[in-house]
Write a protein that binds this ligand. Structure first.
Ligand code: SLL
Length: 223
């Protein structure tokens, strides 16, 4: 109802995984440009926001706006339903702002992610050093994909029901972590103290043995 304040659940955070990025393929006979595309475009690419497990993002996402480079006509491209994808062509790489709007029952502000649209792969030796490094797949297409978790703190009750319909979204409640960590620390300290005590005991025993041997050696020397 209009004006009704949505109740929130305190002390709870819900995390939703997403992947986002782009695919790109060089223009070729098999992968031709659309008839209306400028002739200097060399690649056809797709920008996307997806759920990594294949779930339907429209449960909580209402709209995705891909803000392209200003060389594109109408650079703000809105996608109002899944799949949240945009297929285009171009000649250059640039940074895309991906603005995600949530369903109104979420009571959440939009979130903006940034992605460097990639058309060319990185050299293999640097791929593991770069999150989202563009790589060439077996099919010969370039992929640059990033992983992110959208965290909803103190979600509305409706949102909570929506997002937890599938398992695996609830994050541990923050304050529970503290006693666990302290206890853990104390146990570790106890273990270290016990080990020190053992070493000290062994050292004393050995020193006593050496002292006895020394006394014995001296006695034998005097004979
Ligand atoms: C730069 N990275 O910094 C480049 C910009 C722009 C890419 C790349 C198509 C535009 C059109 C296109 O690929 N733009 O359709 O004219 O300068």
């Amino acid at each position: 109802m209009a004006g009704q304040i949505q109740r929130r659940i305190h002390g709870i955070s819900i995390s939703k995984p997403i992947i986002y990025g782009n695919y790109a393929e060089p223009v070729s006979e098999k992968n031709p440009l659309p008839p209306n595309a400028p002739k200097d475009h060399t690649h056809i690419w797709t920008l996307f926001v997806k759920d990594p497990t294949g779930q339907d993002l429209s449960t909580y996402i209402k709209r995705v706006v891909f803000k392209l480079h200003e060389t594109y006509p109408n650079p703000n491209r809105t996608v109002d339903h899944p799949p949240f994808e945009l297929r285009e062509s171009g000649w250059g790489e640039f940074e895309v702002a991906i603005k995600i709007y949530f369903n109104s029952i979420c009571g959440e502000k939009s979130v903006t992610l940034y992605h460097n649209l990639k058309l060319h792969p990185y050299p293999p030796e640097v791929v593991s050093l770069n999150a989202g490094a563009p790589v060439t797949t077996k099919e010969g297409r370039v992929e640059s994909i990033l992983y992110e978790e959208i965290v909803f703190n103190e979600p509305t009750e409706k949102m909570f029901r929506l997002l937890t319909a599938k398992p695996g979204s609830l994050l541990p409640y923050r304050s529970e972590k503290t006693p666990f960590t302290k206890e853990h620390e104390r146990e570790e300290e106890d273990r270290i103290d016990q080990a020190k005590e053992l070493v000290r005991h062994q050292l004393e025993k050995r020193t006593a043995e050496f002292r006895e041997l020394e006394v014995e050696r001296q006695r034998l020397m005097q004979m």
